[in-house]
Design a protein around this ligand. Structure first.
Ligand code: FPP
Length: 244
């Protein structure tokens, strides 16, 4: 299928909380790792479908700041899955003009994983197609805290005055600086919460909650979520344009 290019009816930025890998596996009598493995397949399907639909930015919550508290064996498995994904998929993403961006806290990460992130971002930096944003070791409160610390340091150095601090300035200090805010946020797995994901950025985002588990997610799910998005009346706090 050829890329139809961006369309006015397609959300420019879709963010996804990929939830339910563990439950998908448990339901089938499989180890949780099998759910995560199938989760990568769903991720590949979703990237492909997003490219084909002409979505501009796809942000995926792949590992939260809070996920470090999971059993060490599961954390190890998820880290290895991410490394493997980068090793096996980045060349193909690059070939399809995808720009990969990683957000989250890189402090304390294994230096070799940090290098993988840096190399992937550098390789794909000039690509002009889909922006694939991988949120890894990401927590929105932590991200906002880092931004506040950076701004406070500039105020302390006299580079900024307190009255220079605006919502736009705060946005420019977040990991997502330069990216549009999500238009549509999808969460699979039946839970209806944000779980510390893009709290600042989702002020006017439309939410779609899907009961199916992430390993089941496919182009059809994405297309239905986009259809639901199209039905929404987005007013951004204003009122509908009046006809005279
Ligand atoms: C939530 O399911 C999913 C995660 C915590 C990890 C998401 C990871 C992937 C989809 C695959 C790896 C990602 C990359 C980028 C290669 P859960 O484990 O919380 O499921 P549960 O709520 O059913 O327990």
């Amino acid at each position: 299928m050829s890329d139809p290019g961006p369309s006015a009816c397609v959300p420019g930025h879709v963010a996804i909380i990929m939830d339910g890998n563990g439950r998908w596996a448990t339901l089938r009598g499989l180890p949780r790792s099998a759910g995560h493995r199938q989760g990568v397949e769903a991720l590949r399907r979703t990237v492909r479908a997003s490219r084909e639909m002409g979505i501009g930015v796809l942000t995926l919550y792949s590992f939260s700041s809070e996920n470090w508290a999971r059993p060490a064996s599961e954390v190890r498995f998820l880290l290895e899955l991410l490394r493997r994904f980068i090793r096996t998929d980045v060349a193909d993403l690059h070939q399809h003009n995808v720009r990969v961006i990683v957000i989250g806290d890189r402090e304390g990460l294994d230096p070799s994983l940090r290098s993988m992130f840096e190399e992937t971002e550098a390789l794909t930096r000039n690509n002009t197609g889909l922006k694939l944003v991988i949120a890894f070791s990401y927590g929105s409160r932590q991200e906002i805290t880092r931004a506040v610390q950076a701004i406070a340091a500039k105020v302390a150095e006299g580079k900024l005055a307190p009255q220079d601090i605006t919502p736009a300035l705060i946005g420019n200090h977040l990991d997502t600086a330069g990216l549009p805010e999500p238009d549509l946020l999808i969460r699979t797995g039946g839970e209806q919460r944000l779980s510390n994901f893009l709290l600042w950025q989702c002020a006017y985002t439309e939410f779609v909650f899907i009961p199916d588990y992430w390993p089941e997610f496919d182009a059809e799910h994405l297309s239905r979520a986009v259809d639901a998005f199209r039905q929404r009346d987005r007013r951004f706090g204003g009122i509908k344009a009046q006809t005279a």
